[in-house]
Design a protein around this ligand. Sequence first.
Ligand code: ZN
Length: 182
Amino acid sequence: MHELYKDSNGNEPAYPRYYRQAEKKLKREQRKLSLMQKGSKNRDKQRIKIAKLHEKVANQRKDFLHKQSRQITNVYDCVCVEDLDMKAMSQALNFGKSVSDNGWGMFVTYLKYKLEERGKILVKVDKFFASSQTCSCCGYVNKETKSLAIRAWDCPQCGVHHDRDVNAAINIRNEGMRIALA
Ligand SMILES: [Zn+2]
């Protein structure tokens, strides 16, 4: 997962290249560490190197998340997001670290306080809301799109072609607006 999210306009901001490179380097250095002899001087040195790299990666991620949430706050008065349980999701899908580490929780936290600081709102839509299976045009519920492998589909009822994530984002926006205006 190189993208942080996909929105209802089809935007999907990717993590910057330098961040992904630093992340790769971190993984490489961690592998090296695992091969070093316990109690050795080299292992100690490597541990320090990794701790520094870790901090660098964490700071780059925070910078990116701040920048993204700031941009959204500048443009929108109300932002609707799916209330994802990233831990359960990564376990269920066997994605391991990549999902839980993509900073989603941190991003939502930044977004929320930045919006609220300016009198704007963040609406969380229940994760059980079947956003990826419902046609955002006609409301038809397509049980066949449950699998994450299906990235695009045509609505059998109204014929509209959907990008899975954009369609889901539109549904989340509509449901969030309904909650916000209720
Ligand atoms: Zn439809």
